[in-house]
Design a binder for this molecule. Structure first.
Ligand SMILES: *Cc1c(COP(=O)(O)O)cnc(C)c1O
Length: 388
């Protein structure tokens, strides 16, 4: 489909196969709002009949995202959780999934509060250890569910090693690739079977659309996901698809800018006496540095750090001038968030503490602002409220 397949990553983001509309010459994909499509024949319906089943604008986005993730089939959903829940619905009562222990809070909620009611069982294990995942496999295990880097402690999972172990046991591997985006990491190339995304984050990139994706290169899995997308109907509306197609054209420049700032800020903060710990896979001191370097094209634009006290963390969150104190990440605007009360609020405090998500931990997603403005703002707030 995409004409410029062999071109570089940034060229492919712009020349994505839907760059020029053949009908009009327009340099953007036509936005088709129709919910239904008139048919000519009572025997054979056309390619489109009803927009839950298929919409041309959504199909353009689904084709683009599949290509970016090195898959063959892509599906767009109304949110990341809609995509993740729909993918998890391929399982049946009695099935068991091994899940990374610091999985996104919303995914944890779906697994423990919803799918558990339908007899789908999950075991949470340390995904930095292939042995821990192997030990969690049971006779009814059907899949591994992974995130790397994980949220918010940026732990790194060896995707190739996990995919190989999964294959040995005839399991499928599902990876939430939200933090890296396909610009930096393509799990299907490493042997994983399904990639899911909260496209709300880097893929759309402008903090103005809620969306999610599932991509696979396996025909049978594609069929099962498509069936659920059409049956459940948590599809992404055409207008939002159009916005995401626009946002995706700058994915590369946005990721590069955010990643550059993240690297500089991580280095600076790791030397600061009021910062207890910095979690960023681009630091050589990070335990997953080597694996991340091998399996991805960068360390990403998100880092977490633990301040000296919870009070200082609160001061930073409440006084940051440029980074918005908000849930979410991956926007052109930097976003600072508080995992204990935001992404991991659904998790009971004891569970959270056991996973190392303390009350003095903050997460910073770098946008495209000038690095020095974000860094100096953080340093000034720490100086002002950090005491002696
Ligand atoms: C935000 C997020 C989700 C959920 O996506 P929504 O678009 O908010 O539904 C899932 N996984 C990760 C890693 C996320 O950051």
């Amino acid at each position: 489909m995409a004409k410029a397949n062999k071109a570089g990553r940034n060229t492919r983001l712009v020349h994505n196969g839907f760059g020029i509309d053949p009908g009009t010459g327009a340099l953007s994909v036509p936005l088709i709002h129709a919910s239904t499509f008139a048919q000519d024949s009572a025997d054979h319906f056309g390619k489109y009949d009803y927009s839950r089943s298929g919409n041309p604008t959504r199909e353009a986005l689904e084709t683009i995202i599949a290509e970016l993730e090195s898959g063959t089939h892509g599906y767009a959903f109304a949110s990341g959780m809609a995509a993740i829940s729909s993918v998890l619905m391929i399982f049946s009562p009695g099935d068991h999934i091994v899940v990374c222990e610091d999985v996104y809070g919303g995914t944890w909620r779906v697994l423990t509060g919803l799918l558990s009611r339908f007899g789908i069982e999950a075991t949470f294990a340390d995904a930095t250890s292939v042995e821990a995942f192997e030990a969690a496999i049971k006779p009814n295990t059907k899949a591994f569910y992974l995130e790397t880097p994980s949220n918010p402690l940026m732990k790194i999972t060896d995707l190739k090693a996990m995919a190989n172990l999964a294959k040995e046991h005839e399991l499928i591997t599902i990876v939430d690739n939200t933090f890296m985006s396909p610009y930096l990491q393509r799990p299907i190339e490493l042997g994983c079977d399904i990639v899911v995304h909260s496209g709300t984050k880097f893929i759309n990139g402008h903090s103005d659309v809620l969306c999610g994706f599932a991509v696979t290169a396996d025909k049978d899995l594609a069929k099962r996901i498509k069936y659920i997308q059409n049956a459940v109907g948590a599809v992404l509306p055409p207008n939002d698809c159009w916005l995401v197609i626009r946002g995706l054209k700058t994915l590369g420049v946005r990721m590069e800018a955010g990643q550059r700032s993240a690297g500089i800020i991580a280095e600076e903060l790791s030397k600061h006496p009021k910062i207890k710990k910095v979690y960023y896979p681009g630091l050589e001191s990070h335990p997953g540095y080597g694996i991340n370097k091998k399996q991805s094209d960068g360390a990403g634009a998100v880092l977490s750090f633990e301040l000296e006290t919870a009070d200082l963390a609160h001061k930073l969150l409440e006084n940051a001038k440029y980074a918005a104190f908000a849930v979410s990440l991956g926007g052109v605007e930097s976003i600072i968030s508080y995992p204990a009360k935001m992404s991991h609020a659904a998790m009971p405090p004891a569970e959270r503490a056991a996973r190392g998500i303390s009350d003095s931990l903050v997460r910073l997603s770098l946008g495209v602002e000038d690095t020095k403005d974000i860094l100096n703002d953080i340093l000034e707030i720490i100086e002002l409220y950090g005491g002696k």
